[in-house]
Ligand binder design. Sequence first.
Ligand SMILES: *Cc1c(COP(=O)(O)O)cnc(C)c1O
Length: 366
Amino acid sequence: MAAFDATAAANSGVKKLQPYQAGKPMDELQRELGLSHVVKLASNENPLGLSEKVRTALQAELSNLIRYPDANGFYLKSKLAELHRVEPQQITLGNGSNDVLEILARTFVSAEEEVIFSQHAFVVYPLVTQAIGAKGVAVPAKDYGHDLEAMAAAVTDKTKMIFVANPNNPTGTFLTTEQIKDFLDKVPPHVIVVLDEAYYEYVPEPERAPSIDWLQHYPNLVVSRTFSKAYGLAGLRAGYAVSSTEIADLMNRIRQPFNVNALSLKAAEVVLDDHDYLQQAVQVNQQGMKQLVEFCQQQGYDYIPSYGNFLTIEFGPKAMDIYEKLLHEGIIVRPVGGYQLPNHLRVSIGLKEENQAFIDAMLKIG
Ligand SMILES: *Cc1c(COP(=O)(O)O)cnc(C)c1O
């Protein structure tokens, strides 16, 4: 048989990539350490459990699973269009918002072009950039967050796209309406700005940017949102982008026709109407955030003030040691060394008793 070197054959961008490090699955930890109870605070998932309305709707949807899903997601797009006061043609649905981020990069960026993102920003931005062989430009962070002035200054003739996460993961940092607006005014029109608002629902209403309304003034803006966080559907994978119809039309040409499955479409439609669920999710998050912040203050741990559903805490050089010790206590949090934050751990906000389990474990391991 002829020798085949798969690594040599891979495209140059892919060769340089590291695989995405997901939060450790609960049953894996249970198996490995023989633990009976595990608390996962590692992937910014919604601790409330599935919306009961969604559960009922999914049961009913099962009998339709022999059919292909609606390739255009008519009902979900109609609902979203109404919610955001846009046309359904401005919406691109994705298998999670990660999918729309990748579709965006593949639609607009070619190998000789550049994509700008911030240091400590969401790992999917460099990932989708490198997969197409384009050049990623990571702009040093300011106080752990996006330095929008430096990002605007990093734009060159070759820049095609800029990713901005607001709030950012894994730092939880937040950019004000005014900061983003100033930035959009500075970015030249040949550059597409992708505003990733995965944690939008957790931001107090008065502080939320009217980002989707801005689409009328900035045709180079794309806003992405997800059902994975506050809506509690991470396992189903549903997210979307809102943009001009022109951008949506181009994205639609390379999107896999059935990228959002039938259960996800149904669940997303139903949860959009479950206002109580969303409200409760946000409330549980506020209370849990307070609980973790107070713990940090009492114990003298520095943390990055967060607008998301997680808190990133500084533990110094012992961070990985603490991570391992927490695992042995059945608590999974998230190391963020891959985000150039080797001294921090990101702790997702859980239910009160889950946060308390983390706190108790921390006090125990000292
Ligand atoms: C969690 C997260 C997403 C959402 O990813 P999905 O693919 O929709 O699950 C997007 N952006 C950021 C910054 C996130 O943290």
